[in-house]
Design a protein around this ligand. Structure first.
Ligand code: GRF
Length: 223
């Protein structure tokens, strides 16, 4: 049973989706969330963890160098999941968990990504660019912000009358279905990061298989 630590700065709806997914897997779940860490003491993600008697730790921005790594070690963490975590993860931690650290980005990377591109800023940039398609991207974390090898993406249409709020809500619904399956696949080892720096294995929700030509995958959001 792989041990997961989730880092979240905000509401924690992706955390919740992962917890619910693993619950649904029951005894066949490949992993369990042991620890939730937030850089914000008032993050609702911590409340979600406490509600399930999970370790929930506020790691303030002024925490000493190495505090995060010590905490991950204390809980013998196999997999680190960044679910709306707004801090840069220290490079030594990223290096140590290479191929075992995932992030969710609310756009189709590499577009609309990079430093400072998070939360509503992403959706505002998509609308400002007049893009007709946004989406969700799950990727392995590398030392360059939002530039790690991509595990899975799913498109989300942009409506002409969208605001950052309406687009964010539509993308978030897709995130909640895509992220748990990516975490599950990496925990099971059916998706791996090769020494060549590329993703290998069977992709969860491979859009290429269920794309516009393919059967209407049940996952396609009801748009
Ligand atoms: C999500 O939109 C995610 O894509 C981004 O931050 C947000 C986190 O939302 N990284 P929540 O805290 O999981 O509800």
């Amino acid at each position: 049973m792989r041990r997961i630590a989730v880092l979240a700065s905000g509401n924690g709806s992706n955390l919740q989706a992962i917890l619910d997914h693993l619950d649904r897997q029951g005894s066949s779940a490949p992993a369990q969330v042991m620890l939730v860490i937030s850089d914000r003491a008032d993050a609702y993600a911590l409340a979600r963890a406490r509600r399930r008697d999970l370790a929930a730790t506020h790691l303030s921005r002024s925490a000493p160098e190495g505090a995060l790594e010590s905490l991950l070690d204390e809980y013998q963490t196999d997999l680190v999941v960044l679910a709306g975590y707004l801090r840069l993860v220290p490079a030594p931690v990223v290096r140590r968990w290479t191929g075992r650290m995932l992030n969710m980005h609310p756009a189709l990377l590499p577009a609309f990504g990079g430093h400072g591109m998070y939360g509503h800023r992403v959706h505002e940039a998509v609308l400002a660019a007049g893009a007709r398609l946004s989406g969700a991207t799950v990727h392995f974390v590398s030392e360059q912000f939002d530039r790690g090898p991509i595990i899975a993406q799913w498109p989300v249409p942009v409506h002409l009358d969208d605001t950052a709020d309406t687009l964010a809500e539509r993308v978030l619904r897709v995130e909640h279905r895509l992220f748990p399956w990516c975490v599950d696949a990496v925990a099971r080892g059916t998706v791996t990061l090769g020494a060549d720096g590329r993703v290998h294995g069977t992709l969860p929700y491979d859009f290429a298989r269920f794309g516009v030509e393919g059967p209407r995958h049940p996952f396609v959001p009801d748009e």
